[in-house]
Write a new protein. Structure first.
Length: 140
């Protein structure tokens, strides 16, 4: 089984329940194809770099999974025929270096999920570091 990452953008005009249903639909296709979902990164609503199908915003979701290569065509076919998905991209991780990066991304998603949310009355402080620039002058 190979490691893959699929990013897809859902139309911003859908409700939260409809967006969740679209994500579940793609996960179901992945499960039906015998894939193993490793992690999900819901990036949320973001502005698109350029208008796509007259949409200026979209809901970004990234799925990290392991599946046989032959199953990718069926997963992408379902993404193509879904009218609520405006863009998608699938990346295959094949080399050892790429697989290490895949594991790092999974670990960072897992860390992010385990962090406690910041409470409303918690204060955030910034540390300001001043760097002085030393300029040397030479006299001729």
């Amino acid at each position: 089984m190979n490691c893959y990452e699929t990013l897809f953008v859902i139309k911003a005009t859908l409700t939260e329940q409809e967006i969740a249903a679209q994500i579940t639909k793609i996960k179901d296709v992945l499960a039906k194809e015998g894939g193993e979902l490793v992690a999900t990164n819901d990036m949320g609503m973001k502005k698109l770099a350029y208008p796509v199908e007259k949409q200026l915003r979209g809901y970004y979701t990234v799925l990290y999974y392991k599946v046989n290569g032959a199953s990718i065509t069926e997963i992408e076919r379902n993404l193509k025929i879904n009218e609520d998905i405006i863009k998608f991209l699938t990346i295959k991780y094949g080399t050892k270096k790429e697989l290490v990066q895949f594991d790092k991304q999974i670990a960072s998603i897992d860390k992010g999920a385990k962090k406690a949310p910041i409470e409303a009355d918690a204060t955030v402080t910034e540390e300001v570091v001043v760097v002085a620039e030393v300029v040397e002058t030479t006299e001729a």
